[in-house]
Design a protein around this ligand. Structure first.
Ligand code: NAD
Length: 489
């Protein structure tokens, strides 16, 4: 079955191009998938434009749009096992992680379904003029280009598709070329739930072949992008030519700050998940451990011991606790960061070389790696390696911890560990990041906004602001008793 979804039809790429999708855990062929080129993208934008300009979806009552999203949530639950398996084959991540991701996808559709249904129809403005009805209403932005990465393929798609639909937009989705299968599955479910033809369109393809044309096309009103900083810059620059609305969710280099009075075992346990969950391929990964000097030796010893116990393996290996990196090229990039860190004076405490286990040779595995005695000048500390690499820096005072934590161009997330509530809240309020955890790491809920300060992005996903991203605001002033003004009389 062809994999491009345009105007309600499944079609093949016009130039016949297909891409092999291989499981990064062992290199086996998962499937080949149509790869969209610029002409396919143009057709998809045309379908989305027609569905927006002449279709019913933008004018469908918000409560009905919400009801459709709730139907999609139920279909996702029905197909949870198959979608989770597809996600694990594309990404190599453990099946249990894909299952959790699917639960989050369902929660996202439920949240935006309910939020759409609660739309009050606008805000009435008190003008002081009894003959004037003045109200502010929300309308869809138009045709949205949705561009997503490979680390949480369906979840990142859901964070965009659910609010875009809730607000009444039409869209063209370009998932990562490495992990298209669950996005394809979602399109089937949207159609099954009764979404009108042309509202949802899918163009699996590369960044240059499909992503760039989406950002440049004048018929697109908004680009919502999740991915790396360098690509985000290109997306923003391309969108500038036609002044598209832009929402960007970019990278992070997130600090995990541990004070000496932290609950030791819990903080160690969370430092491991902060850094090594999904082999560190998480935008909010706690990749920079900042630890109070007096606690440093004991804490880092315990983190290293924990990291060495993490077993690598494929998605369906019940013993495995972490999966591979996404590609050979990505593993080489991570290796280069570790080598640069060591060359600049970091102390390699564990990991740092590919596993010897012959069973892992077909995949792109790389072990949890701890680099101690790091400084803020090192590239491995400053830049996002997006792998299982934890750098350790020491601090002596609260001010020093905050200064180190904020010494980054990014501002996505961070955590502070202390049993002194006053100090924990003080530090949390001084961190320049879109999400801060106190005595925890990684949890999020769809009701709360997610996004970055500084170069971690522009705008927010999830929460009420996540819906507002996909809405235009319009003030309608209705004079119920118009009379000549006589200004030029
Ligand atoms: P990437 O920037 O390489 O690619 C992201 C998407 O952009 C892909 O679909 C890709 O094909 C597309 N793309 C590439 N070049 C393009 C271009 N010129 N124009 C338009 N689209 C283009 O990122 P990635 O490697 O897929 O994902 C990892 C990055 O994503 C990390 O930096 C991570 O921090 C970030 N991320 C951020 C969040 C967040 O919520 N802030 C969430 C997940 C991932």
């Amino acid at each position: 079955m062809p994999e491009l979804f345009i105007g309600g039809d499944w079609t093949s790429a016009l130039d016949g191009r297909r891409r092999e999708i291989r499981c990064p855990a062992d290199g086996t062929l998962v499937a080949t998938v149509d790869e969209a080129g610029p002409e396919d993208v143009s057709a998809a934008i045309g379908a989305a434009r027609a569905a927006f300009d002449r279709g019913t979806w933008p004018h469908t009552p918000a409560a009905e749009r919400g009801a459709l999203l709730l139907r999609v949530a139920r279909l996702l639950e029905r197909d949870r096992a198959a979608l989770a398996r597809a996600e694990s084959l594309d990404t190599g991540k453990r099946l249990v992680e894909s299952e959790y991701d699917l639960d989050d996808v369902v929660a996202c559709f439920r949240y935006f379904g309910a939020l759409a249904a609660s739309d009050g129809g606008g805000r009435i403005i008190a003008t002081g003029k009894p003959a004037v009805d003045s109200r502010v209403v929300h309308e869809p932005v138009g045709v949205c280009a949705l561009i997503t990465p490979w680390n949480y393929p369906l979840l990142q798609v859901a964070w965009k598709v659910a609010p875009a639909l809730a607000a009444g937009n039409t869209f063209v989705l370009k998932p990562s070329e490495l992990t298209p299968h669950t996005a394809i599955g979602l399109m089937r479910l949207l159609a099954e739930a009764g979404l009108p033809d042309g509202v949802a369109n899918l163009v699996p393809g590369t960044g240059t072949g499909a992503g760039a044309p989406l950002c440049a096309d004048p018929r697109v009103d908004m680009v919502s992008f999740t991915g790396g900083l360098a690509t985000g810059r290109r997306v923003m620059a391309a969108a500038a030519a036609t002044v598209k609305k832009v929402a960007l969710e970019l990278g992070g280099k997130n600090p995990n700050i541990v004070f000496a009075d932290a609950a030791f075992d819990t903080a160690v346990d969370h430092a491991l998940t902060a850094a090594f969950l999904h082999s560190g391929q998480v935008c909010s990964a706690g990749a920079r451990l900042l630890v109070e000097d007096v606690l440093h030796d004991r804490f880092v010893d315990a983190v290293v011991a924990g990291a060495e116990r993490i077993r690598m393996g494929g998605p369906f290996d019940p013993q495995a606790r972490t999966g591979p990196l996404i590609s050979a090229a990505h593993r080489e990039k991570v290796e280069a960061y570790v080598a640069a860190g060591v060359a600049e004076g970091a102390v390699l405490r564990c990991g740092g070389r590919r596993p010897d286990d012959p069973a892992l040779r077909g995949g792109f595995h790389y072990p949890p790696t701890v680099l101690d005695e790091c400084t803020a000048a090192m590239s491995v500390v400053r830049e996002e390696s997006f792998g299982p690499v934890l750098t350790v820096e020491r601090f002596r005072t609260e001010d020093e911890a905050v200064a180190l934590a904020n010494d980054t161009v990014y501002g996505l997330a961070g955590a502070v560990w202390s049993q002194d509530t006053g100090r924990a809240r003080r530090v949390a309020s001084r961190l320049r990041a879109g999400t801060v955890w106190i005595n925890d790491y990684h949890p999020y809920v769809p009701q709360a906004e997610w996004g970055g300060m500084k170069r971690s992005g522009v705008g927010r996903e999830l929460g009420p602001a996540g819906l507002a991203e996909y809405q235009e605001t319009k003030h309608v002033w209705h004079n119920l008793a118009p009379r000549p003004q006589g200004w030029f009389a």
